[in-house]
Design a protein around this ligand. Sequence first.
Ligand SMILES: Cc1cc2nc3c(=O)[nH]c(=O)nc-3n(C[C@H](O)[C@H](O)[C@H](O)COP(=O)(O)OP(=O)(O)OC[C@H]3O[C@@H](n4cnc5c(N)ncnc54)[C@H](O)[C@@H]3O)c2cc1C
Length: 407
Amino acid sequence: MDRSVKQKLVVVGNGMAGMRTVEELLALAPGMYDITVFGAEPRVNYNRIMLSPVLAGEKAFEDIVLHTRAWYAEQGIALHAGDPVVAIDRQRRRVRAASGREVAYDRLLLATGSQPFIVPVPGSQLPGVVGFRDLDDVETMLRAARAGGHAVVIGGGLLGLEAANGLLRRGMQVTVVHLTGSLLNQQLDGDASLLLKAALECRGLRIQLSSQTAAILGEERVEGVRFADGGECAADLVVMAAGVRPNVALAKEAGLHVERAIVVDDTLQTYDPRIYAVGECVQHRKNTFGLVAPIWDQARVCAAHLAGLGHRRYVQQATATKLKVTGIDLYSAGDIVGGAGSEDLVLRDRRSGVYKRLVLADNRVTGAVLYGDVSDGPWYFELIQRRADISAFRDRLLFGPALCEAA
Ligand SMILES: Cc1cc2nc3c(=O)[nH]c(=O)nc-3n(C[C@H](O)[C@H](O)[C@H](O)COP(=O)(O)OP(=O)(O)OC[C@H]3O[C@@H](n4cnc5c(N)ncnc54)[C@H](O)[C@@H]3O)c2cc1C
């Protein structure tokens, strides 16, 4: 290949994974590619995580923009925002966008993310039913909040609780409906979940656990929700926060190997060596992803391979999560369920509202659930990642690094 001629890289998806990969690539191999980015959303790349504070009124959209139009221009990147790619021709190595624009590629990067899973019950397509994924969703919710009334959020996971908190702060009455018997059941154990429920109810949220949505009611638009037990509740807005589905239709139609998401190897390459994929649209060693930490790792690895360096390999790591609701501190990292042979260390201080549980296996911390006092969270997370032997300070482990390091 003539190295003096720039290769063409086309990125499908102007979101967090795609643009992080481009940033890493520009750092490793500036000028190696002519880069074209297609985005379905009609705007520049922004920090999707911060949509929750935007909904809650703690930040404005301008505060969460990651790359301005000027940045794309300075980097020589052609940005086609609001023009989704609708077809990939792998033989001719070209993509076609909704506008009809066609662009050729030497390397293609798919970073199409996910979309909210809309629970397929009668009425789920009515106006007033919304997911929580992009700025348009936030604007729909804000319009509803200006009119006041009652919102029902389906899903008591991180996203659902952040949506509920935002709508509450915008003046709506909010009910969270959750399928299982405890909130954040993927991140918290039963005790921490009860503390969280009490704190959220104190703020005015209504929480309905073990509740299955049977139908969304309404003629022209949403008027209520019916549950499997026959109960009903009025609603002017329904937010579906019951999981996501990777955007894989484009890859599937192009004949790439897709299971739950686009299957990639340890270099983030798909089954077509010209095509890479990163972010929530990928499946790596059977897993899919919904947090940015693993996606940043994927971006580093993928960029190294696009840069022709080939010196990195993606390895999945434990992840940590927080709830972005101001005033509620919780932290969850690693495997909080435990298995045969694992043990728990628990500290419970009801009066000060502090709960800590560490899961141990073979003298190592494998998981941590913290509520109320999360200051040691990153330290426990580091112990998990380093697989550190904690036998020398096991008796002090719950009291944090200062006492342990003294030991
Ligand atoms: C409200 C909210 C709060 C969150 N909070 C956290 C948090 O606290 N911590 C955390 O780790 N993670 C959080 N996440 C998850 C995190 O934002 C995602 O994991 C991350 O954005 C995934 O990046 P991605 O690039 O794969 O997908 P996205 O950021 O969704 O980007 C994909 C982009 O591709 C576009 N696209 C799709 N199809 C096409 C096409 N055919 N052509 C062109 N463009 C296309 C989409 O419109 C989208 O803009 C949150 C997510 C949301 C919605």
